[in-house]
Design a protein around this ligand. Structure first.
Ligand code: ACO
Length: 325
């Protein structure tokens, strides 16, 4: 039987040039490399240059993804940009990416699900592709969280970084083995009752200012482990798989201890988990496409392998995607 699935045919990444180490932060805050590393696994983060916007990061990652897919901007008829740090309140930063790439056809919009944003955007684009509404979709996660951090709050500012990642989706049709390749499932969740545990204390219709990120770290941690464990079970169950069938776990990179807990639950050894948190910190919606891009270009993720993506973020939102590469 012929199955139409969306396939990821190219991945791309962009990280701002400036790297800020834990030691540098310890020079201006009451913190230490040792505290940050043991609690989170983070060693450094990239920070966007002055004037470097989310759409710039997204555009660079998109260009990289298009090159790796062997496609041109003309082949793209859908851009879904996951971001919680848009250039402006409107228009959508996706339209700036579209203009930067010289595309004047198709549609472009932002999706906002904070750290789960890339999974949400992937699910939306996957549905467009599978119903035939898109022949070439750019799914991008890009963030400049450095702009919404309270740099005097050591409990949050050490955790995040800036970056952009992108994938290109096309419809894949075929029989047997090749027909099974592509996005096998996506599952999305939200529970708005938990929105006060992780939020930004500003916005156009409340303070008219962008605001700063606020978080109840311990509660977020506790919910993340529970919700992500349920999300991976759901993805495995929907596909008739077990944890040991997964070749690669590509998790949202929020905290090494959260990632380790999920890997243990799946009974996956550390070498099957793509880990970038040490170098990128938490880049919110960009973290999964950045990690995917790195793992593909390092030759880790290969054709026909099973790749499980999962994320959780403010809202709370959480979700998963199972991909046969
Ligand atoms: N350096 C040194 N000390 C610090 C720092 C810091 N950067 N930050 C907090 N502390 C202190 C606190 O003040 C506290 O001191 P006290 O005991 O004297 O009051 C002590 O360290 C312990 O603080 P906790 O917040 O209880 O530390 P915890 O072990 O919970 O670790 C952390 C905090 C790392 C934020 C953890 O709760 C966490 O990772 N939570 C998940 C948050 C997260 O990942 N958010 C991202 C968005 S959601 C997502 O992507 C899943």
């Amino acid at each position: 039987m012929s199955v139409t699935r969306s396939r990821i045919v190219g991945c791309g990444a962009y990280l701002p040039e400036r790297r800020v180490t834990n030691h540098e932060l310890a020079g201006r805050l009451d913190t230490s490399d040792e505290w940050i590393r043991t609690r989170t696994g983070i060693g450094q983060r990239h920070i966007a240059a002055e004037g470097e916007k989310t759409s710039d990061l997204a555009t660079a990652a998109s260009r990289d993804a298009l090159t790796n897919a062997g496609m041109s901007p003309d082949d793209i008829d859908l851009i879904v940009l996951a971001t919680a740090t848009p250039d402006l309140t409107f228009p959508a930063s996706a339209t700036q990416v579209q203009a930067n790439l010289g595309i004047a056809h198709g549609c472009a919009f932002d999706v906002h699900a904070v750290c789960t944003g890339f999974i949400y955007a992937l699910a939306v684009a996957d549905n467009f592709v599978r119903v035939g509404q898109s022949r070439g979709a750019l799914v991008v996660g890009a963030e400049t969280f450095s702009r919404i951090l309270d740099w005097n709050d050591r409990g949050t500012c050490v955790l995040f970084g800036d970056g952009g990642g992108a994938v290109v989706l096309t419809p894949g049709e075929g029989e047997g083995d090749s027909g099974d390749r592509g996005i096998l499932s996506t599952h999305l969740h939200a529970d708005g009752r938990q929105r006060d545990m992780l939020y930004v204390d500003g916005g156009p219709s409340t303070t008219q200012l962008a605001g700063h990120l606020r978080m109840e770290g311990r509660d977020v941690f506790r919910h993340a482990v529970v919700n992500l464990a349920e999300a991976v079970d759901e993805a495995l169950g929907a596909n008739g798989l077990e944890g040991r069938n997964v070749d690669w776990l590509v998790p949202h990179q929020a905290n090494r201890r959260i990632i380790d807990a999920i890997a243990r639950k799946l009974e996956l050894p550390p070498e099957k988990v793509v880990m970038t948190i040490d170098r990128h910190a938490n880049t919110s919606a960009a973290s999964i496409p950045l990690a995917l891009s790195e793992a593909v270009h390092d030759g880790k993720i290969r054709r026909n392998q099973l790749v499980l993506l999962e994320a959780m973020g403010g809202g709370f939102t959480w979700g998963s995607a199972m991909v046969r590469w």
